[in-house]
Design a protein around this ligand. Structure first.
Ligand code: SF4
Ligand code: SF4
Length: 444
């Protein structure tokens, strides 16, 4: 057991029930291959990628099937050996139809990934390194799915002094990052060493909440002597894994409103992304699978699974068993995740969890008038006034919303979680932010 002396954290935040005991000790297991895979072309933030295969073509596991559609975009690879059966619209988790590549797995293939010789990232220039990461199709695996290479190609005049790795996994129920830290510490540490070196950082800090002592121990045991990497135990609090909260917790430094971590010389990445970075440079494996947690009261056999990207969610839930009381399946964690409109949607690069909830957990509570208790202000790690933002959003007062820093809201839901009147604060804010973005796009 680690000696964990201090409890670093940020100010405000909430303490939802963790619900991690069900899966935190369950080792990662491989999801068996299924018959058909669905690969949406836009499963990352930014421009969708462009298909480079057609229906009828044979593909192998790890083969490029779509190339980036711009700089803020990334590559997509086949998760299986098989045949492309369709390139066209498919319904995704939010109910929208999006272009996707569908692949039927070859039932006679061993689905063994053919490794290539290691490539030395230390011998590459920074631009070459970023381009290579883009070819790997790497995105932040914490849920946001931001293409990794964009963070690695530092803009003119910006420098990364400190690299921060997010091993907090502060969302209730989710434990897949925890298992990656326990079971793949060497790959995580190697990925962090590569990235810190390529970005020219003077050090790297892996922030891990103290409810994962075995994760902390495991990473520390793999740090080479004289390493520039520090494993920083952090208090258990939501949303500790949000970039600005994490930086505050690790360095006790604020990223000013309206600014990015890079403005104070920090780049933040997710811990599982580090293991994938190692897989790419050491074995040539692009992002074709990911770890995710399947849990919740509706699941018969909760699990931490390694799932090929593109596996239909219905198949994953069938593998774990889903009981008949299930009323809602959420992709991601319960605080920031998305309730699924269809189980035919696939696991995508940003799928950190699949949570099945039963009737009593998805009842929408009756909303009452705001009692001005101030709980939401106490909860907001960004020091916003969520109650006021919700009022302005409801009234459509967009200019005032912008003046109240609504665009700084990270949509963590801590305010909604704590509200005794069940005001749907984060939903109102999210809708208002979308309207503001659309109005700006229209104005050019
Ligand atoms: S206002 Fe935004 S950032 Fe603040 S608690 Fe609510 S959702 Fe989180
Ligand atoms: S927590 Fe709810 S009731 Fe309390 S001030 Fe905020 S919006 Fe109003």
């Amino acid at each position: 057991m680690s000696s964990l002396p201090n409890r670093k954290s940020f100010r405000h935040g909430v303490h939802p029930l963790e619900h991690k005991e069900e899966t935190e000790h369950l080792p990662l297991e491989r999801m068996p291959f299924v018959g058909r895979y669905v690969l949406p072309l836009g499963q990352h933030i930014g421009a969708p990628c462009r298909a480079v295969v057609r229906a009828g073509e044979k593909v192998t596991r790890g083969q490029l099937i779509a190339e980036p559609g711009g700089f803020v975009s990334t590559s997509l690879h086949s998760p299986v050996t098989g045949r492309v059966v369709d390139v066209g619209p498919h319904r995704q988790g939010n109910g929208q139809l999006v272009p996707a590549i569908q692949i039927e797995a070859d039932p006679y293939s061993s689905q063994q990934f053919r490794e290539r010789d290691p490539v030395d990232p230390f011998a590459m220039g920074v631009d070459e390194f970023a381009a290579s990461v883009q070819r790997a199709g790497l995105v932040g695996l914490g849920g946001a799915a931001f293409p990794s290479h964009v963070k690695y190609k530092l803009p003119e005049g910006k420098a990364c002094e400190r690299l921060v790795i997010n091993g907090c996994e502060c969302e209730p129920y989710l434990t897949c990052d925890h298992r990656v830290m326990v079971e793949r510490p060497a790959e995580v540490v190697r990925g962090v060493s590569i990235l810190a070196e390529k970005l020219g950082a003077r050090g790297a800090w892996i922030g891990v909440e103290m409810n994962k002592p075995d994760g902390i121990d495991s990473l520390r045991a793999h740090l080479p002597a004289g390493s520039k990497i520090t494993v920083a135990p952090l208090a258990v609090k939501y949303p500790q894994g949000a970039e600005k909260m994490l930086i505050k917790a690790v360095f006790n430094e604020e990223v000013p409103a309206g600014h990015l971590p890079l403005d104070i010389g920090v780049v933040v990445n997710n811990v599982a992304t580090m293991a994938c970075l190692t897989d790419w440079f050491d074995r040539g494996q692009p992002l074709i699978e990911r770890a995710l947690t399947v849990a919740g009261p509706g699941v018969d056999r909760p699990a931490n699974l390694i799932v090929p990207i593109g596996t239909p969610i219905r198949d994953v839930l069938r593998h774990c068993g889903i009981n008949r009381d299930t009323r809602q399946v959420v992709m991601g964690g319960p605080m920031m995740g998305m309730p699924l409109a269809t189980l035919d949607a696939p696991v995508v690069k940003g799928t950190s969890g699949l949570l099945a909830f039963t009737d009593n957990m998805v009842n929408h509570p009756t909303e009452y008038a705001c009692v001005r208790c101030g709980s939401c202000l106490e909860a907001c790690g960004n020091f916003l006034n969520p109650s006021r933002l919700a009022r302005l959003a409801r009234a459509g007062r967009y200019e005032e919303l912008e003046g109240a820093f609504v665009m700084d809201c990270m949509e963590c839901g801590a305010c909604t979680y704590t509200c005794p009147s069940s005001v749907p604060i984060v939903h109102l804010i999210r809708a208002a932010k979308l309207t503001i973005r659309q109005r700006k796009a229209k104005q050019g």
